[in-house]
Design a protein around this ligand. Structure first.
Ligand code: ATP
Length: 253
């Protein structure tokens, strides 16, 4: 469904943020994107959504294909129309608008009012707590509720592919667990594909079918979550399990 091949990009023509990222996301798959700070995870999502142009960024090489379409120069609202929806790390909610109004903002690519209503009911099925808060201003929601609303708003456009940028950041473990349960449910019930950027490797490997590891703007490792859980480098660096008890070394290959 999504094929990113050899992606290289820079901000302000000088800061090379990506230096060869290749990832694939299949139909109804959950794919994790892991890596240290500054590895290029968010930038990869920005290239897909067409946001780079608004940040003085530019794709230098590589291709992004979604179904039969080549993205890269496509504008963000067109990317949404093509079926890709982003939940940004900072959520970007309209804090002076109610929960319901925020959801409606997410449905601006859908003209039919009945469809909008059905989408909204679907969001409330995923996140029942939001139904009870539908008239509350988004700015008064807790962190966990705001994250639910950000995901709910992204679902309003009925995406085929959902891009999630660190959905568990700043959340209490219980709220993070709820979010990950719903992510699994969105795939299972609606067949939505999910590309999940996540700092928490344990959680990502639990929910994702496969993961890519990004380092210094490159995709350096890819495998099924089961394979990666057993990979010595992943164990050492991302799961904090030392595989070299003799020397205490944390690095491998
Ligand atoms: P984190 O986990 O800390 O969010 P990341 O893997 O998402 O990191 P990016 O945010 O994509 O990494 O950053 C990749 C590189 O691009 C970094 O060197 C970063 O400083 C740089 N960068 C990111 N955004 C911008 C920007 N708007 N302008 C200039 N450089 C940027």
């Amino acid at each position: 469904m999504l094929h990113v091949q050899g992606l290289k990009c820079a901000y302000s023509n000088v800061i090379r943020a990506l230096d060869g990222v290749s990832i694939e996301v299949g139909q109804s798959a959950i794919v994790g994107l892991l890596g240290p700070n500054g590895a290029g995870k968010t930038t990869t999502l920005r290239c897909i959504t067409g946001e780079m142009a608004f940040l003085n960024g530019k794709i230098l090489e590589g291709t992004i294909r979604f179904n039969d379409m080549y993205l890269g120069t496509t504008l963000p609202f067109e990317v949404i129309q093509h079926g890709i929806s982003l939940v940004p790390e900072d959520r970007k909610l309209f804090i002076d608008m109610t929960v319901e109004e925020n959801l409606i903002m997410g449905s601006y690519t859908i003209r039919d009012k009945k469809t909008v209503r059905l989408r909204q009911e679907k969001v409330f099925e995923y996140f029942p707590v939001l139904g009870g808060l539908r008239n509350r201003l988004a700015g008064y929601l807790s962190g966990g509720e705001q994250q639910m609303l950000a995901i709910g708003r992204a679902l309003m456009s009925d995406p085929q592919l959902l891009l999630l940028d660190e959905p568990s950041t700043g959340l209490a473990p219980m709220n993070a667990a709820t979010i990950f349960q719903v992510i699994a449910k969105i795939r299972a019930e609606d067949g939505v594909s999910i590309l999940l950027v996540e700092q928490n490797a344990v959680r990502a490997l639990k929910v994702a079918d496969s993961c890519y590891i990004l380092e210094n703007g490159r995709s350096v490792l890819h495998g099924s979550s089961d394979q990666l859980r057993e990979n010595p480098k992943v164990k050492d660096i991302y799961l904090g399990i030392s595989t070299d008890s003799q020397s205490g070394s944390v690095l491998e290959g």
